[in-house]
Design a protein around this ligand. Structure first.
Ligand code: RIB
Ligand code: NA
Length: 312
């Protein structure tokens, strides 16, 4: 497999409104859609849509949402041999409000995702150990994500960790078990205590994260692009061309899924170029509503994004 994701899957229930409601307030929305989401599945589907061979290790409920999600994995070509259903919890759902400025707020009820265990990771040892890239987030138990990252790392697999949703007091081993840590402003802030509001503060937060042990840190800054920090990259801002955002839900997942695709299928593409390309893929996803449904396929992208790197 090119990309294996050990992580979450949700059904997104999305309401579109003029603005976000205030506490105690009821407002009218103007559109509703139901779609496939969850940070893990989103990242996996993004990589698959670009052409990666992908697999998910995930837990669903034995219900309508779970059945539909399995069908979706099948339709988009994500291997689901390690996706199981439990009758002990319902499938994960996310209630999402997208306002006219393209911003969103999300409540997740992770349900069955929280039953994805270290035992499930152990059952997928062969799959994880033979992947080119393994991706993890924090919508399943932390111990499960950490076990997957450690297993991958010990087999020499390239690992990308997305500490989302934001969590405090992460096990210190997370930092030494990932090759790339990719976080947005609020996640970086939660992990470091640095208020991330611009390139400068992103660089400071990234250095703190690097000092905890991760080689490469990418902090995504929404419409401003992302900041890349590693031994070779001194907190470089990788800008992204401006677009009119319709729905930014899952843009971070689109970025990470695309980044995983480039690491797995174009390993000689310099990281800075991979980040530049992934920025563009993510910005394209913001121009359509929905999460996975807004992710572009390889054939919908400008040719240069899919072009093989020129090696000197
Ligand atoms: O990152 C976006 C995702 O967060 C949504 O698809 C929703 O399911 C939540 O997990
Ligand atoms: Na979108």
């Amino acid at each position: 497999m090119d990309v294996v994701v050990v992580g979450s899957s949700m059904t997104d229930l999305v309401s579109f409104t003029q603005r976000q409601p205030r506490p105690g307030e009821t407002i009218h929305g103007n559109k509703f859609l139901m779609g496939f989401g969850g940070k893990g599945a989103n990242q996996c589907v993004m990589a698959a849509k670009l052409g990666a061979k992908t697999a998910m290790v995930a837990k669903l409920g034995k219900d309508f949402y779970g059945d539909n999600t399995l069908e979706n994995f099948q339709n988009v070509g994500v291997n689901k041999d390690h996706v199981s259903q439990t009758d002990e919890a319902s499938s994960g759902v996310a209630s999402i409000i997208v306002s006219e400025d393209g911003q969103n707020s999300i409540v997740i009820v992770a349900g069955a995702n929280l039953l994805l265990s270290e035992g499930d990771v152990a059952k997928a040892t062969e799959l994880i150990g033979n992947a080119k890239v393994v991706l993890c987030q924090l919508e399943v138990p932390q111990a499960t994500s950490l076990a997957a990252l450690k297993l991958a790392k010990s087999s020499g697999v390239f690992t990308i960790f997305n500490p989302a949703p934001a969590a405090e007091n992460l096990d210190a081993d997370f930092y030494t078990s990932c090759d790339i840590l990719c976080a947005n402003e609020s996640e970086a802030e939660m992990l470091t205590g640095v208020t991330v509001s611009d390139v400068d503060s992103a660089q400071r937060a990234a250095e703190m994260l690097r000092s905890k042990g991760c080689e490469t840190v990418i902090i995504t800054l929404g419409e401003r692009g992302s900041v890349l920090t590693s031994a070779q990259h001194d907190g470089v801002l990788v800008p992204v061309s401006s677009i009119k955002a319709v729905d930014t839900t899952g843009a971070g997942d689109s970025f990470i899924g695309a980044l995983a695709y480039y690491r797995a299928l174009m390993p000689t593409l310099p990281l800075l170029d991979a980040v530049t390309r992934a920025n563009t893929v993510a910005s394209i996803s913001c121009q359509a509503s929905g999460t996975q449904s807004s992710f572009p396929t390889a054939s919908q992208l400008p040719k240069d994004l899919m072009a093989a790197p020129v090696n000197h």
